[in-house]
Write a protein that binds this ligand. Structure first.
Ligand code: PLP
Length: 415
């Protein structure tokens, strides 16, 4: 059992993440950069090393005990993750290096095969670059046109514009489930319902959603869903793309090589069944297995509790920031419309300076454009400071953040 009892005893839970037990600059670490990547519990680290220590072999090919064990664990993790995101069929889950590769896979395979001159791809202006640039690359090569759902002054998508933006030329709507730069939670179900009316496919970038809430790809009604393992207590270089079986079957391979073929001839080759058709070369076997352990870990803690805890932290932090004063927080004001990401600016203090001062006190936040330059342009700024929470953070962490920001305020003066 990964979790000690009682289940959400914060100290017991935190103790399972070895990296959190260190000091930085002589201060106990406060880790508030979870939207960039999460820390990993011992349970996941053990799964990673257990594979290398006992079962290390290549999957699918070897007829020997270690290869059999590795294959069972690797494919078992696929079944686990498919269930974790509500997929009906584990063959619909393709292992990728993360969200970025999953989106590139769809843009490149489906996009290059399907899109033509004048076809439209609808994105939103709060996307991470990973859900913009792959579409720009494919648009340039196919003649397709990119359009954007804009956002309002709180960073919420203006869905009233959808009927006008969705046309009979719209082939793909690609939107994030939750924004990494603002924390905005997008109403995916509503977007998919409208997209379906014009026959467009919907891809959801779930990088910031799968770690924090129960995702059910079937309930969302989307066609593709992309996520990263490293933001959900899993290893870097792990993640997946879920796609509807009929679509994945109709799409050409993304990369060529071993594992993805059925037969190879001198001129022509034929492809393996899905998902293997999209998994050329030796996969991240240890990463997939450890990601399966991360899914078990999160299930054991329970998403109801994770979501409730993060909401409490968010509410507490917003109140304390308000009390401190001189801080502009971006994103929706209604807590139902946002997640545990707080993007903010503080008068004349540059976000990099804020981050550097906090770092000197052992507090890790992020500063910059967060790979969301369109969001920054929308608000007329170049960067924000961003604190983001996860299940192991506590109100003590928030208090340390506020103390740190109070010292930033002293240095830079009131806003
Ligand atoms: N999409 C969103 C919303 C993200 O927050 C991130 C990472 O921060 C990505 C995509 C890219 O994820 P990865 O770098 O794991 O592929």
């Amino acid at each position: 059992m990964p979790i000690t009892s009682p289940r959400l005893d914060r100290t017991a839970l935190r103790a399972q993440f070895p990296a959190l037990a260190q000091e930085v600059g002589g201060h106990p670490l406060v880790y508030l950069d979870n939207a960039a990547t999460s820390q990993k519990p011992q349970y996941v680290l053990d799964a990673l090393t257990a594979y290398y220590e006992h079962d290390n072999a290549n999957v699918h090919r070897g007829i020997h005990e270690l290869s059999r064990r590795a294959t069972v664990a690797f494919e078992g993790a696929r079944v686990k993750l498919a269930k974790f995101i509500g997929a009906a069929d584990s063959a619909e889950l393709v292992w990728t290096r993360g969200t970025t590769e999953a989106i590139n896979l769809v843009a490149s395979s489906w996009g290059m095969d399907t899109l033509g001159e004048g076809d439209e791809i609808l994105l939103s202006s709060l996307e991470h670059h990973s859900n913009i640039v792959p579409w720009q690359l494919v648009a340039r090569r196919t003649g397709a046109r990119i359009r954007y759902i804009e956002m309002d002054e709180q960073g919420r998508l203006i869905l009233d514009d959808l009927p006008e933006l969705l046309t009979d030329r719209t082939r793909m709507v690609a939107v994030s489930h939750i924004s990494n730069a603002l924390g905005t939670v997008n109403p995916i179900r509503e977007i998919t319902e409208q997209a379906k009316k014009v026959g467009a496919l919907v891809l959801v970038d779930g990088a910031q959603a799968v770690p924090h809430r129960r995702v059910d790809v079937q309930e969302l009604g989307c066609d593709f869903y992309a996520f990263s393992g490293h933001k959900m207590c899993g290893p870097t270089g792990s993640g997946g793309l879920w796609g509807r079986r009929s679509l994945l079957e109709s799409m050409p391979p993304y990369q060529g090589g071993g594992e993805m073929i059925r037969t190879v001839g001198r001129e022509e080759s034929t492809w393996a069944e899905i998902p293997h058709k999209f998994e050329a070369g030796t996969p991240n076997i240890a990463g997939a297995i450890a990601l399966g352990a991360a899914a078990d870990f999160l299930d054991e803690v329970g998403f109801d509790r994770i979501a409730e805890h993060e909401r409490e932290l968010l509410s507490y932090a917003l109140e304390r920031l308000d009390d401190l004063g001189g801080i502009r927080v971006y994103g929706p004001t209604d807590l139902d419309e946002r997640s545990g990401v707080i993007s903010f600016t503080m008068g004349d203090a540059h976000p990099h300076d804020i981050s550097t001062i906090l770092d000197s006190r052992g507090i890790a936040i992020r500063a910059g454009h967060h790979c969301a330059q369109l969001v920054m342009q929308h608000f007329g700024i170049s960067a924000t400071a961003r604190a983001s929470f996860y299940l192991y953070n506590s109100t003590d962490d928030v208090d340390r953040l506020i103390e740190g920001l109070a010292s930033v305020k002293e240095i830079f003066g009131p806003a």
